[in-house]
Design a protein around this ligand. Structure first.
Ligand code: SAM
Length: 364
């Protein structure tokens, strides 16, 4: 017998497999800051975390944990209790019954699986069930043409285990499984190019790209070689100071939009302020954050995107400390700013931070 519950009772998060403890540490601390007690249900290396409010206040918990403010989550959904021990002969009926019981109408249905080898082996099963499910859901009036963008997610974590969840526009990642499908261009000097592109998609609304990633802007790339990030900036028509002792891609240098400085990026200073600073140096997170603080505090740039490499155990605490350090410096300097950080799909043991100075530049 499969137990059926019809009310959402928990949040479901997707993350990079292996980062469940970091996501849990982040969620627990943020929920506690909002005065909410909640507990995780998770297993190591599974790529997802369930997070349950201790007092049942799911609305309060969801409000305290918006996806945009989370670092280690790729997706955040409002979820029902999972359906377990589904029979091989009929997986569809319990799903239909549970959806029917919720009484919720939605205009899209996505099947998703964890980002693990086991998880991805379930994709075929999920695809095979999609058409029959959609047909019945339409007939029953649950899958409708316009339900204000409400989406139902069927999260398959085993062949006999699925969790039904829902998401609303503006509160979710619109990439399936929270993983952007970006195509590596054949002329990009390195695959790292995808990281900067994903960062832009994540942190800058599409309608603001023409203004904020504009032709003719000046940019600096610290730790630039062989040039994947510089290549992205050049593609947007920018002029780039690329700082690295290593060699830059020859085709990129031939564009004449790049000036290569073979210098120490922790010491090098720009000849004049620029709009964009990007930095992908493998070094201690505190050291990178401190240098980013120098740049922003001195207003040598208006926007910065940089990676914090995290080979250590307490990754959430490390990132939090770096962000607090930057926040303190910028508020002491009276510089209004927007900060976001996220472990991107193309990030491995690292997170990407975006800081933008807002308002008029302060006179120095
Ligand atoms: N973002 C680059 C791309 O897309 O091709 C890859 C950057 S790679 C991960 C890191 C680079 O940082 C290396 O090329 C290394 O030489 C450079 N680097 C490390 N420490 C540096 C320093 N102190 N000054 C300048 N470059 C440094």
């Amino acid at each position: 017998m499969v137990a059926i519950e019809a009310t959402a009772s928990e949040l479901l998060f997707y993350c990079r497999p292996g980062f469940e403890p970091d996501l849990i540490a982040e969620l627990t601390e943020r929920a506690a800051e909002a005065g909410i007690a909640a507990y995780p249900r998770a297993k190591p290396d599974t790529g997802f975390v369930r997070f349950v409010p201790a007092d049942g206040d799911l609305v309060g918990l969801a409000a305290a944990l918006p996806l945009d403010e989370l670092i280690f989550a790729r997706q955040r959904l409002v979820a029902l209790h999972p359906l377990e021990r589904l029979s091989r002969e009929d997986r569809v009926t319990p799903i239909l019954d549970q959806l029917q019981l919720t009484g919720i109408c939605f205009d899209s249905l996505w099947h998703e699986c964890p980002d693990t080898n086991d998880g991805q082996s379930l994709v075929r099963l999920a695809r095979a069930l999609d058409r029959p499910l959609q047909a019945v859901l339409r007939k029953r009036g649950l899958l409708v043409p316009d339900a204000a963008g409400l989406r139902a997610h069927l999260f398959w974590s085993a062949g006999d285990r699925v969790q039904i969840a829902f998401s609303r526009p503006g509160e979710r990642s619109d990439w399936p499984e929270g993983k952007p499908r970006l195509r590596a261009a054949s002329d990009a000097p390195s695959r790292s190019a995808l990281k900067l592109e994903e960062a832009w998609h994540t942190f800058i609304p599409a309608e603001q790209w023409p203004e904020r990633l504009a032709e003719g802007m000046q940019a600096v790339d610290l730790g630039a070689a062989p040039g994947g990030w510089t290549w992205q900036l050049v593609r947007r028509g920018m002029h780039v100071h690329a700082v690295d002792n290593g060699p830059m891609d020859e085709r990129l240098m031939a564009t004449t939009q790049v000036e290569h400085h073979r210098e120490d990026a922790f010491v090098w200073e720009p000849p004049n302020p620029v709009i964009w600073l990007v930095c992908d140096i493998v070094d201690k997170p505190a050291r990178v954050a401190a240098r980013m603080g120098d740049w922003l505090e001195r207003q040598w740039c208006r926007e910065a995107i940089f990676n914090l490499k995290l080979p250590m155990k307490k990754r959430w605490q490390t990132v939090r400390d770096c962000l607090e350090h930057l926040d303190e410096r910028l508020s002491d300097a009276g510089l209004a700013n927007e900060v976001r950080a996220r472990q991107l799909y193309h990030d491995r043991e690292e997170v990407t931070v975006h800081i933008r100075l807002v308002g008029e530049p302060l006179a120095r």
